[in-house]
Design a protein around this ligand. Sequence first.
Ligand SMILES: [Zn+2]
Length: 444
Amino acid sequence: MRQKRLFLLPIILVTLFCSVSSAPKNGVGKYNQRPHMERKNKVQLPHNVPDGYRIAQGDMLVPQGRKFINWPEGKWPEDPITGWPSVPYVLDEDVEVDRTVIESGLQHWMDNTCITFQETKNESQPHLRFIASDGGCWSYFGRQPQNGQDIMACDTIDVVTHELGHAIGFFHEQSRSDRDAYVKILWENVAPGYESEFQTEDSLNDVEYDYTSVMHYWSTEFSGNGKQTMMPWNPYDEILMYAVYGPFGVLTFRDKLLANIEYGCLDKWSSNCEGSELECLNQGYLGADCKCVCPPGTEGETCETVIGDYYPPLSCGGNVTSPSTIHTPNYPDSYNPLEYCMWWIQAPEDKKVQITFTDFDLCYHDVDADDQLFCNELWDSLEIRLEDPLTPGELYCGESEGQYADADIGPGQQFTSEGSNMFIKFYGSDWNYWRGFTADVDFV
Ligand SMILES: [Zn+2]
C-alpha cells in the first residue's frame, strides 16, 4: 500500500531513451549493424510499474501492414532438428543477478510466438550475449553475422521484452515507414541532436500500426522542452502511448502477430493443426494450441464477435460541444489513480472557447536536478491546448506546500482558445490525494 507522500520524491535516474549510435547506417553486408540503445537518463515516474520503472516508449488497423527488418539474414534461423526458429544465448557472469527477469522476458516471447531461446555453451555460432548494463539498455536490430552479439537487456521485464524485440528484428513502431499516417513529428520540440531518433526505416509493415506496441515510444520522448515530440493525428490516441492505458511492457496482439508472421509461426502452427483447423476471423490467428488468438475487441471461438475496438475506450472526458462544466472524475472526491482524461471542446466556428476554473487541486510540482520546481506531466498535470488540438499547450500543476509554489491555476482563472477549439488533457498519477479540478465552459 502506498503511503501518502509528504515530500517530493528525489529524482532518480531511471527511465529509458533509445538512441542510435553512430555506427554505419546501412550496416555491413546484408546485415544491419546499428546497435540500438536505450539510455537511462530520465526522471523516475511515480507509477505503479513494478520496481518503479517505466520504459520510455511507452513504443496499430485494420488490414495488414509490419514494422520489421526487411533483410532476411537478420532473422534467426530454424533449428535443424526441431524446425522452430531458434535464438541461442549466453549470459555473462555479471548478469546472473538479472537472470530471472531476463528469463521472464524470454519466456514471454516464447509463450506468444514460436521463437525459441536456448541457453548454449556453443559460442562458435551466432547468438545473443547478455551483458551487464553500463547505464543503458540496448540491442542490435536483428541477428548479426558474427558469433555472438551483445545485448544489454537490463533488469525489468518491460525493457527486456523491448530489447528482445530489437534483437529478433523489430524497429521502433514510430520508425515504421508508414508512421506519418499515424503520428505527426513535432520537430520543433525534439532535443537538438536527437532528430535521428525520428527517422523512418524501410520496414515491413505487415501488421497495422499499434500505438500500444511494446516498441512504441511515448509522446514526449526525446523532447528538448518537455512538450510532445510526437502527436497522433487523432489527439485522443495520445493516451494509448502511455503506460497507464496500454498493456505496457507486454507484447500486444499486433506485436505477437508480426513476429509470428515474420518467423513463419502461423504456417507451422496451422500445419500442426491439420484436421482441427479453425478459421479465425477479424484478424485473429490460429495459435500453437490450435485455438484462435483473438485481437482485443473480439471474442468467440473464432473471434467472430466484435465487442469493441482494438484500443480501449477513453475512460473519462470526450467531446464538449455546448456550454457546460467539466471536472475530474469523482470531483470533489479524489479521482482514481492513473486517471487520464481528455476533453475536446468545440465552439461554433465564429466563437472561441473560454474556460473558468472554480477549483484546481492537483499534485504538486516536481523538482529538477538544479532544485528548480517544474510541472512534471507524469505526476498530476493539466495541459491546456489553446491553439489547436495537435499543438501542445502549457502544463499546470498543483500547490507545492513546503516548496513555496502556489498552484498554477487559481479560482476564477480563465483561459480562452485562439480559434474555436480547445483541447484539455488531464493526467492523474497514482497518488490520488487531491480533489482535482472543475471548470465552467463557455463559448464567447
Ligand atoms: Zn528501443
